[in-house]
Design a protein around this ligand. Sequence first.
Ligand SMILES: [Zn+2]
Length: 174
Amino acid sequence: MDVLRQNEIYEIRESSIHNKGAFAKQGIAKGTRVIEYIGDRITKAESARRSIRMIEKAKETGHGAVYIFELNKRYDIDGDVSYNTARFVNHSCNPNCETDIIRGRIWIIAIRDIKKNEELSYDYGYDLDDFRDHPCRCGSDKCVGYIVNQEQWGKLRKLLIKDKRKTTKSNKNT
Ligand SMILES: [Zn+2]
């Protein structure tokens, strides 16, 4: 029942941001629980094991997707399963959704009214560590160029300005 209703409100197709994305099939009102983020419920110990495996895989293949979501102090959800369509929702620097945990379930919820055909997105909430490995192509006016949570944008901008200064200096030297 839930799944049927959800399929009426979004669909998965090619995205200009990254691979595939989830798009609104109809107008979605602010506050709507759009997609549930589902997957394996795993302990923190298992989560740590899987994360290490993913990082190793990323070193070999050059791309490691992170689908582990914190559920509570004891459990995480590993959303790297084919039936979890929420894994296609991309990050944006100006997102129209957010994630929230309601009674032990992770939901992607509309934070404003969304128009038909708009791509759904939320803030992945990555911290500054290794931000260069996560460039952002969300295309919004607000885009800071990397997938970094909004609270750390100030720090990120300072780092990027420092980078620029370094490159201009080295250019002068050559
Ligand atoms: Zn962006």
